[in-house]
Design a protein around this ligand. Structure first.
Ligand code: CA
Length: 391
Protein backbone atom coordinates (compact mmCIF):
# COMPACT_ATOMS: atom_id res chain seq x y z
CA UNK A 1 0.00 0.00 0.00
CA UNK A 2 2.76 2.35 1.01
CA UNK A 3 4.60 1.66 -2.22
CA UNK A 4 1.46 2.31 -4.24
CA UNK A 5 0.91 5.58 -2.43
CA UNK A 6 4.48 6.65 -3.02
CA UNK A 7 4.20 5.82 -6.71
CA UNK A 8 0.96 7.75 -6.93
CA UNK A 9 2.44 10.85 -5.38
CA UNK A 10 5.73 10.72 -7.21
CA UNK A 11 4.46 9.58 -10.57
CA UNK A 12 7.34 9.79 -13.01
CA UNK A 13 7.19 12.34 -15.80
CA UNK A 14 6.50 9.79 -18.51
CA UNK A 15 3.45 8.47 -16.68
CA UNK A 16 1.96 11.95 -16.39
CA UNK A 17 2.70 12.72 -20.00
CA UNK A 18 0.97 9.51 -21.11
CA UNK A 19 -1.80 10.87 -23.23
CA UNK A 20 -5.44 10.38 -22.13
CA UNK A 21 -6.34 11.11 -25.75
CA UNK A 22 -4.17 8.18 -26.84
CA UNK A 23 -5.56 5.86 -24.18
CA UNK A 24 -9.11 6.64 -25.23
CA UNK A 25 -8.24 6.21 -28.93
CA UNK A 26 -6.56 2.89 -28.20
CA UNK A 27 -9.59 1.73 -26.26
CA UNK A 28 -11.76 2.65 -29.21
CA UNK A 29 -9.64 0.48 -31.48
CA UNK A 30 -10.32 -2.65 -29.46
CA UNK A 31 -13.64 -3.43 -31.19
CA UNK A 32 -12.47 -2.86 -34.78
CA UNK A 33 -9.32 -4.85 -33.93
CA UNK A 34 -11.51 -7.71 -32.71
CA UNK A 35 -13.49 -7.53 -35.96
CA UNK A 36 -10.13 -7.73 -37.77
CA UNK A 37 -9.15 -10.92 -35.97
CA UNK A 38 -7.22 -9.57 -32.96
CA UNK A 39 -8.53 -11.27 -29.84
CA UNK A 40 -9.17 -9.09 -26.78
CA UNK A 41 -6.55 -10.96 -24.78
CA UNK A 42 -3.94 -10.35 -27.50
CA UNK A 43 -4.90 -6.69 -27.79
CA UNK A 44 -4.50 -6.23 -24.03
CA UNK A 45 -1.26 -8.16 -23.87
CA UNK A 46 0.50 -6.40 -26.73
CA UNK A 47 -0.74 -2.86 -25.99
CA UNK A 48 -0.39 -2.96 -22.20
CA UNK A 49 1.25 0.22 -20.92
CA UNK A 50 1.63 1.60 -24.43
CA UNK A 51 2.43 5.30 -24.63
CA UNK A 52 2.46 7.25 -27.90
CA UNK A 53 5.72 8.17 -29.62
CA UNK A 54 4.99 11.56 -31.11
CA UNK A 55 8.33 11.65 -32.96
CA UNK A 56 6.78 9.35 -35.59
CA UNK A 57 4.20 12.07 -36.33
CA UNK A 58 7.09 14.50 -36.89
CA UNK A 59 8.58 11.97 -39.30
CA UNK A 60 5.21 11.59 -41.05
CA UNK A 61 5.02 15.36 -41.58
CA UNK A 62 8.67 15.82 -42.47
CA UNK A 63 9.22 17.61 -45.77
CA UNK A 64 12.66 16.86 -47.15
CA UNK A 65 14.70 19.97 -47.67
CA UNK A 66 15.83 18.94 -51.12
CA UNK A 67 15.46 16.02 -53.46
CA UNK A 68 18.37 13.63 -53.46
CA UNK A 69 19.96 13.58 -56.92
CA UNK A 70 19.82 10.19 -58.62
CA UNK A 71 23.63 9.99 -58.73
CA UNK A 72 23.88 10.53 -54.97
CA UNK A 73 21.16 7.96 -54.35
CA UNK A 74 22.83 5.36 -56.57
CA UNK A 75 26.36 6.07 -55.28
CA UNK A 76 25.29 5.25 -51.73
CA UNK A 77 23.19 2.19 -52.55
CA UNK A 78 25.33 0.49 -55.17
CA UNK A 79 28.92 0.89 -54.02
CA UNK A 80 31.90 -1.51 -54.04
CA UNK A 81 31.28 -2.39 -50.41
CA UNK A 82 27.72 -3.57 -51.05
CA UNK A 83 28.76 -5.46 -54.19
CA UNK A 84 31.53 -7.29 -52.31
CA UNK A 85 29.26 -8.12 -49.40
CA UNK A 86 26.51 -9.29 -51.74
CA UNK A 87 28.91 -11.60 -53.56
CA UNK A 88 30.07 -13.11 -50.28
CA UNK A 89 26.47 -13.71 -49.21
CA UNK A 90 25.57 -15.26 -52.58
CA UNK A 91 28.25 -17.84 -51.89
CA UNK A 92 27.39 -18.27 -48.22
CA UNK A 93 23.67 -18.83 -48.84
CA UNK A 94 24.14 -20.56 -52.20
CA UNK A 95 22.16 -23.68 -51.32
CA UNK A 96 19.19 -21.81 -49.87
CA UNK A 97 19.18 -19.39 -52.80
CA UNK A 98 19.21 -22.27 -55.28
CA UNK A 99 16.14 -23.77 -53.60
CA UNK A 100 14.44 -20.37 -53.47
CA UNK A 101 15.19 -19.84 -57.15
CA UNK A 102 13.81 -23.26 -58.02
CA UNK A 103 10.58 -22.71 -56.13
CA UNK A 104 9.84 -19.08 -57.03
CA UNK A 105 11.66 -18.63 -60.34
CA UNK A 106 13.66 -15.60 -59.21
CA UNK A 107 17.46 -15.71 -59.62
CA UNK A 108 19.77 -15.46 -56.58
CA UNK A 109 21.41 -12.18 -57.67
CA UNK A 110 18.06 -10.38 -57.82
CA UNK A 111 16.96 -11.73 -54.43
CA UNK A 112 20.26 -10.75 -52.81
CA UNK A 113 20.15 -7.31 -54.46
CA UNK A 114 16.73 -6.61 -52.89
CA UNK A 115 18.11 -7.79 -49.55
CA UNK A 116 21.08 -5.44 -49.88
CA UNK A 117 19.03 -2.38 -50.74
CA UNK A 118 16.18 -3.02 -48.29
CA UNK A 119 18.04 -3.80 -45.09
CA UNK A 120 21.75 -3.72 -46.01
CA UNK A 121 21.67 -7.54 -45.95
CA UNK A 122 19.91 -7.67 -42.62
CA UNK A 123 22.06 -5.07 -40.86
CA UNK A 124 19.55 -2.18 -40.82
CA UNK A 125 16.13 -3.16 -39.59
CA UNK A 126 15.08 0.10 -37.94
CA UNK A 127 14.72 0.47 -34.19
CA UNK A 128 11.17 1.71 -33.64
CA UNK A 129 8.96 -0.68 -31.65
CA UNK A 130 6.28 -1.44 -34.25
CA UNK A 131 3.29 -1.67 -31.93
CA UNK A 132 4.17 1.71 -30.46
CA UNK A 133 4.79 3.50 -33.76
CA UNK A 134 1.83 1.97 -35.58
CA UNK A 135 -0.40 2.57 -32.54
CA UNK A 136 0.63 6.23 -32.51
CA UNK A 137 0.10 6.57 -36.26
CA UNK A 138 -3.35 4.98 -35.84
CA UNK A 139 -4.41 7.71 -33.41
CA UNK A 140 -2.67 10.89 -34.57
CA UNK A 141 -1.79 12.57 -37.84
CA UNK A 142 -2.74 11.94 -41.43
CA UNK A 143 -3.56 8.49 -42.82
CA UNK A 144 -4.89 7.03 -39.55
CA UNK A 145 -7.13 4.59 -41.43
CA UNK A 146 -4.23 3.19 -43.41
CA UNK A 147 -2.07 2.81 -40.31
CA UNK A 148 -4.91 1.16 -38.35
CA UNK A 149 -4.94 -1.58 -40.95
CA UNK A 150 -1.19 -2.04 -40.46
CA UNK A 151 -1.54 -1.82 -36.66
CA UNK A 152 -4.10 -4.63 -36.63
CA UNK A 153 -1.94 -6.69 -39.00
CA UNK A 154 1.03 -6.18 -36.63
CA UNK A 155 -1.04 -7.40 -33.69
CA UNK A 156 -2.20 -10.45 -35.69
CA UNK A 157 1.44 -11.28 -36.53
CA UNK A 158 2.32 -11.20 -32.82
CA UNK A 159 -0.80 -13.16 -31.96
CA UNK A 160 0.15 -15.86 -34.48
CA UNK A 161 3.60 -16.07 -32.87
CA UNK A 162 5.60 -15.40 -36.05
CA UNK A 163 7.83 -12.87 -34.33
CA UNK A 164 8.67 -12.36 -30.68
CA UNK A 165 7.24 -9.08 -29.28
CA UNK A 166 10.64 -7.87 -28.06
CA UNK A 167 12.10 -8.40 -31.55
CA UNK A 168 9.27 -6.60 -33.34
CA UNK A 169 11.05 -3.35 -34.27
CA UNK A 170 11.33 -1.59 -37.59
CA UNK A 171 11.19 1.69 -39.45
CA UNK A 172 9.12 4.52 -37.92
CA UNK A 173 6.40 3.80 -40.53
CA UNK A 174 6.14 0.10 -39.77
CA UNK A 175 8.38 -1.72 -42.28
CA UNK A 176 10.42 -4.41 -40.57
CA UNK A 177 12.93 -7.20 -40.90
CA UNK A 178 15.28 -8.36 -43.64
CA UNK A 179 12.70 -7.61 -46.34
CA UNK A 180 11.28 -4.41 -44.77
CA UNK A 181 7.73 -5.60 -45.42
CA UNK A 182 4.82 -3.70 -43.93
CA UNK A 183 2.72 -5.95 -41.64
CA UNK A 184 -0.05 -6.35 -44.27
CA UNK A 185 2.56 -7.32 -46.89
CA UNK A 186 3.99 -9.80 -44.41
CA UNK A 187 0.57 -11.40 -44.05
CA UNK A 188 0.12 -11.67 -47.82
CA UNK A 189 3.59 -12.76 -48.81
CA UNK A 190 5.87 -13.91 -45.99
CA UNK A 191 7.01 -17.51 -46.34
CA UNK A 192 8.13 -20.05 -43.73
CA UNK A 193 10.92 -21.54 -45.82
CA UNK A 194 13.00 -23.21 -43.08
CA UNK A 195 9.90 -25.12 -41.95
CA UNK A 196 9.84 -24.20 -38.24
CA UNK A 197 6.19 -23.14 -38.48
CA UNK A 198 6.81 -19.40 -38.34
CA UNK A 199 7.52 -16.89 -41.09
CA UNK A 200 10.28 -15.06 -39.26
CA UNK A 201 11.56 -12.11 -41.25
CA UNK A 202 13.58 -10.85 -38.27
CA UNK A 203 15.75 -13.85 -37.55
CA UNK A 204 15.52 -16.40 -40.39
CA UNK A 205 17.56 -15.67 -43.51
CA UNK A 206 15.89 -18.55 -45.36
CA UNK A 207 12.41 -17.16 -44.61
CA UNK A 208 13.56 -13.68 -45.65
CA UNK A 209 15.09 -14.73 -48.98
CA UNK A 210 12.08 -16.88 -49.88
CA UNK A 211 9.66 -14.11 -48.91
CA UNK A 212 11.47 -11.65 -51.18
CA UNK A 213 11.31 -14.10 -54.08
CA UNK A 214 7.64 -14.77 -53.34
CA UNK A 215 6.95 -11.03 -53.43
CA UNK A 216 8.59 -10.71 -56.85
CA UNK A 217 6.88 -13.81 -58.23
CA UNK A 218 3.46 -12.47 -57.15
CA UNK A 219 4.40 -9.11 -58.70
CA UNK A 220 4.71 -10.82 -62.07
CA UNK A 221 8.40 -11.75 -62.27
CA UNK A 222 9.19 -13.57 -65.50
CA UNK A 223 11.68 -16.31 -64.84
CA UNK A 224 14.83 -16.21 -66.94
CA UNK A 225 14.15 -12.71 -68.26
CA UNK A 226 16.38 -9.70 -67.51
CA UNK A 227 15.08 -6.56 -65.81
CA UNK A 228 16.38 -4.61 -68.79
CA UNK A 229 19.75 -3.20 -69.82
CA UNK A 230 21.61 0.01 -70.44
CA UNK A 231 21.38 1.39 -73.97
CA UNK A 232 22.93 4.08 -76.14
CA UNK A 233 20.63 6.63 -77.75
CA UNK A 234 21.45 8.16 -81.14
CA UNK A 235 22.33 11.88 -81.16
CA UNK A 236 19.28 14.14 -80.98
CA UNK A 237 17.00 11.37 -79.69
CA UNK A 238 13.90 12.80 -78.02
CA UNK A 239 12.98 11.12 -74.73
CA UNK A 240 9.81 13.22 -74.34
CA UNK A 241 6.84 11.08 -73.37
CA UNK A 242 8.95 7.93 -72.90
CA UNK A 243 9.06 6.04 -69.63
CA UNK A 244 8.69 2.75 -67.82
CA UNK A 245 5.00 2.53 -68.69
CA UNK A 246 5.29 3.42 -72.39
CA UNK A 247 6.39 0.02 -73.58
CA UNK A 248 7.24 -0.41 -77.24
CA UNK A 249 8.30 -3.40 -79.32
CA UNK A 250 12.09 -3.93 -79.46
CA UNK A 251 11.84 -3.58 -83.27
CA UNK A 252 10.58 -0.05 -82.81
CA UNK A 253 13.52 0.90 -80.58
CA UNK A 254 15.92 -0.66 -83.09
CA UNK A 255 14.28 1.30 -85.90
CA UNK A 256 14.85 4.49 -83.88
CA UNK A 257 18.56 3.75 -83.63
CA UNK A 258 18.77 2.47 -80.03
CA UNK A 259 21.56 -0.08 -79.40
CA UNK A 260 23.05 -1.74 -76.35
CA UNK A 261 25.95 0.15 -74.77
CA UNK A 262 28.51 -2.22 -76.26
CA UNK A 263 27.05 -1.38 -79.68
CA UNK A 264 25.36 -4.76 -80.15
CA UNK A 265 21.77 -4.93 -81.45
CA UNK A 266 18.73 -5.21 -79.19
CA UNK A 267 16.93 -8.53 -78.74
CA UNK A 268 14.52 -9.20 -81.58
CA UNK A 269 11.44 -9.81 -79.44
CA UNK A 270 9.87 -8.33 -76.32
CA UNK A 271 8.55 -4.96 -75.21
CA UNK A 272 10.41 -2.35 -73.23
CA UNK A 273 10.06 1.17 -71.88
CA UNK A 274 12.84 3.76 -72.01
CA UNK A 275 14.06 5.00 -68.63
CA UNK A 276 16.25 8.11 -68.51
CA UNK A 277 16.41 9.06 -64.82
CA UNK A 278 18.69 12.05 -65.46
CA UNK A 279 17.40 13.01 -68.90
CA UNK A 280 18.71 12.20 -72.38
CA UNK A 281 22.29 13.18 -71.45
CA UNK A 282 22.62 10.57 -68.67
CA UNK A 283 22.50 6.78 -68.65
CA UNK A 284 19.51 5.33 -70.55
CA UNK A 285 17.85 1.97 -70.00
CA UNK A 286 15.33 -0.22 -71.77
CA UNK A 287 13.26 -1.79 -69.00
CA UNK A 288 11.18 -4.95 -69.36
CA UNK A 289 8.36 -6.48 -67.34
CA UNK A 290 10.69 -7.57 -64.54
CA UNK A 291 11.65 -3.98 -63.83
CA UNK A 292 7.97 -3.35 -62.99
CA UNK A 293 8.17 -6.15 -60.40
CA UNK A 294 11.20 -4.46 -58.80
CA UNK A 295 9.37 -1.12 -58.97
CA UNK A 296 6.37 -2.52 -57.11
CA UNK A 297 8.55 -3.34 -54.09
CA UNK A 298 8.78 0.36 -53.20
CA UNK A 299 6.94 2.29 -55.92
CA UNK A 300 10.00 4.31 -56.96
CA UNK A 301 11.94 4.03 -60.22
CA UNK A 302 15.23 5.09 -58.65
CA UNK A 303 14.76 2.31 -56.10
CA UNK A 304 14.04 -0.24 -58.84
CA UNK A 305 17.12 0.87 -60.72
CA UNK A 306 19.32 0.51 -57.62
CA UNK A 307 18.22 -3.12 -57.20
CA UNK A 308 18.51 -3.82 -60.91
CA UNK A 309 22.01 -2.35 -61.08
CA UNK A 310 23.17 -4.09 -57.91
CA UNK A 311 21.95 -7.42 -59.32
CA UNK A 312 24.00 -6.81 -62.47
CA UNK A 313 27.05 -5.91 -60.40
CA UNK A 314 26.61 -9.15 -58.44
CA UNK A 315 26.65 -10.98 -61.80
CA UNK A 316 30.04 -9.39 -62.44
CA UNK A 317 29.03 -6.44 -64.61
CA UNK A 318 30.69 -3.05 -64.12
CA UNK A 319 29.28 0.41 -63.42
CA UNK A 320 27.03 2.12 -66.00
CA UNK A 321 28.82 2.88 -69.28
CA UNK A 322 27.39 6.40 -69.52
CA UNK A 323 28.33 8.72 -66.67
CA UNK A 324 25.71 10.73 -64.80
CA UNK A 325 25.42 14.26 -66.20
CA UNK A 326 27.19 16.04 -63.32
CA UNK A 327 30.67 17.45 -62.71
CA UNK A 328 30.38 16.51 -59.03
CA UNK A 329 29.58 12.78 -58.72
CA UNK A 330 28.13 11.28 -55.55
CA UNK A 331 29.90 9.56 -52.67
CA UNK A 332 30.01 5.89 -51.76
CA UNK A 333 29.32 4.98 -48.13
CA UNK A 334 33.07 4.58 -47.53
CA UNK A 335 33.60 8.09 -48.89
CA UNK A 336 30.75 9.43 -46.77
CA UNK A 337 32.42 7.97 -43.70
CA UNK A 338 35.73 9.50 -44.75
CA UNK A 339 33.97 12.86 -45.21
CA UNK A 340 32.42 12.58 -41.74
CA UNK A 341 35.82 11.78 -40.24
CA UNK A 342 37.30 14.86 -41.94
CA UNK A 343 34.41 16.98 -40.60
CA UNK A 344 35.09 15.73 -37.06
CA UNK A 345 38.78 16.52 -37.47
CA UNK A 346 37.77 20.07 -38.37
CA UNK A 347 35.89 20.32 -35.07
CA UNK A 348 32.31 19.69 -36.19
CA UNK A 349 29.90 17.72 -34.05
CA UNK A 350 28.31 15.36 -36.54
CA UNK A 351 27.47 12.52 -34.17
CA UNK A 352 28.58 9.05 -35.16
CA UNK A 353 30.57 8.24 -38.28
CA UNK A 354 27.91 6.07 -39.91
CA UNK A 355 28.06 6.96 -43.59
CA UNK A 356 24.62 8.55 -43.36
CA UNK A 357 24.59 12.27 -43.96
CA UNK A 358 21.89 13.46 -41.56
CA UNK A 359 20.99 16.86 -40.20
CA UNK A 360 24.21 17.37 -38.19
CA UNK A 361 26.44 16.31 -41.07
CA UNK A 362 24.63 18.64 -43.45
CA UNK A 363 25.06 21.61 -41.12
CA UNK A 364 28.79 20.87 -40.95
CA UNK A 365 28.94 20.41 -44.73
CA UNK A 366 27.31 23.81 -45.24
CA UNK A 367 29.80 25.48 -42.91
CA UNK A 368 32.75 23.91 -44.76
CA UNK A 369 31.29 24.83 -48.15
CA UNK A 370 31.00 28.44 -47.01
CA UNK A 371 34.57 28.43 -45.75
CA UNK A 372 35.79 26.98 -49.07
CA UNK A 373 33.79 29.43 -51.16
CA UNK A 374 31.56 26.67 -52.54
CA UNK A 375 27.79 26.93 -52.78
CA UNK A 376 26.49 26.15 -49.28
CA UNK A 377 24.00 23.53 -50.46
CA UNK A 378 24.51 20.99 -47.68
CA UNK A 379 24.95 18.37 -50.39
CA UNK A 380 28.33 16.61 -50.40
CA UNK A 381 29.94 15.21 -53.54
CA UNK A 382 33.43 14.42 -54.79
CA UNK A 383 34.37 18.13 -54.97
CA UNK A 384 33.90 18.75 -51.26
CA UNK A 385 35.60 15.49 -50.32
CA UNK A 386 38.64 16.37 -52.47
CA UNK A 387 38.79 19.87 -51.01
CA UNK A 388 38.66 18.59 -47.42
CA UNK A 389 41.31 15.95 -48.12
CA UNK A 390 43.54 18.76 -49.38
CA UNK A 391 43.45 20.90 -46.23
CA1 CA B 1 10.55 -20.17 -40.44
Amino acid sequence: MLLCGALFVAAPAWAQSASPEFDSCLNGLRAPARAAGVQDASFSRFTQGLVPDMTVIDRLNFQPEFRTAIWDYMAGLVDDERVAQGKALLAQHGQTLARVSERFGVDPETVVAVWGVESNFGQSFGKSPLVQSLGTLSCFGRRQNYFRGEFFAALRILQAGHIAPERFNGSWAGAFGHTQFMPSTFERLAVDFDGDGRADLMDSTADALASTANFLQKAGWQSGQPWGFEVKLPAGFSVAGEGRRSKRAMGEWTARGVVRVDGSPLPVSGNAGLLTPAGAQGPAFLVLRNFDALYSYNAAESYGLAIAHLSDRLRGDGPFATPWPTDDPGLSRAERRELQTLLIQRGHDIGEVDGMLGEKSRTAIRAEQERLGQEASGRAGQKLLRALRGN
